[in-house]
Write a protein that binds this ligand. Structure first.
Ligand SMILES: [Zn+2]
Length: 68
């Protein structure tokens, strides 16, 4: 059983506050994971870059899909 982590940020498209639920099981400590999550407000695809450090702390960055 995993403890889902609530992560609050703002949509890079519409700027509305959104909440992501991160599954701590998807990335091992020291690893990064990138995936797409649709904005709950404007439904555009947000690139979510999830990083878990060696202590198990999560950090999350949201980007527009077209950013490089
Ligand atoms: Zn949005």
């Amino acid at each position: 059983m995993s403890n889902w982590i609530s992560w609050q940020d703002h949509c890079p498209y519409c700027g509305e506050p959104i909440e992501l639920l991160l599954d701590p099981g998807v990335a091992d400590p020291g690893m990064s994971l990138t995936y797409i999550e649709d904005c709950q407000v404007c439904c555009r695809p947000i690139v979510v870059m999830l990083h878990v450090d060696e202590h198990g702390n999560h950090d999350c960055q949201l980007k527009m899909e077209s950013d490089s």
